[in-house]
Write a protein that binds this ligand. Structure first.
Ligand SMILES: N[C@@H](CCC(=O)N[C@@H](CS)C(=O)NCC(=O)O)C(=O)O
Length: 197
């Protein structure tokens, strides 16, 4: 069995996404939680960002690259569909979800930090836009249990890890934006049943 160590804060969607991939592939691993800002640079000298995954002493950073590496070394269970067209859609959705939700997440945090200061306000309509992005996701899902497939893929991991984070960290109102959309709520519950420990 390889020795696998996942360095990253479990509150970060990117860490949760990698953890989900390891669970899907049934790979035992140890997780190390950063305890100070210095841990980020020590564990991830190239970028200062976590997660980083170490397999038998070899480290990879960036959650998407880590998932590629996992599929290369441990092909079962694959993190994208075997059909290349479906796999391409799943990868695209992963990229889209991460770009979109990172944007709203940063604005949300900035709002919290700036709340009591005389700081520029975020532009109007962000909350409505966030709801529209959630509607887009529900549409992508259609009637399927997972994105474009009957099996979970890296697209599901990316979306679920962010929505999980939204529900835990972004306050009641935004959490309701997720829970009030039955298709997304059912998708989150399906994924949580697989990955929550
Ligand atoms: N594209 C990277 C993003 C990783 C990332 O943004 N990590 C954040 C935690 S959510 C981080 O390490 N932040 C520390 C910092 O910005 O100094 C990935 O997919 O792994």
């Amino acid at each position: 069995m390889p020795e696998i160590i996942l360095y990253g804060p479990i509150t970060a969607p990117f860490t949760r996404k990698v953890e989900g991939a390891l669970i899907l592939k049934k790979l035992p691993f140890e997780r190390r939680e950063p305890k100070s800002p210095e841990d980020y640079l020590r564990w991830s000298p190239e970028t200062g960002l976590l997660p980083v995954l170490e397999i038998d002493g070899e480290r990879t950073h960036d959650s998407a690259r880590i998932l590629d590496e996992l599929d290369k070394r441990f092909p079962e269970v694959p993190l994208v569909a075997r059909d290349p067209k479906i796999a391409q859609s799943q990868r695209r959705l992963e990229q889209w979800a991460e770009a979109a939700f990172t944007f709203y997440w940063i604005h949300y945090l900035r709002g919290l930090v700036n709340a009591e200061e005389d700081a520029p306000k975020p532009r109007k309509g962000l909350r409505e836009e966030f709801g529209q992005r959630l509607d887009d996701l529900a549409n992508f899902l259609g009637g399927r249990p997972y994105f474009y497939s009957d099996e979970p893929s890296r697209a599901d991991l990316a979306v679920w890890s962010f929505l999980h984070g939204v529900r835990e960290a972004m306050g009641v109102e935004l959490a309701q934006a997720v829970t009030s959309r039955p298709a997304l709520e059912a998708h989150s519950a399906r994924l949580s049943a697989l990955f929550d420990r």
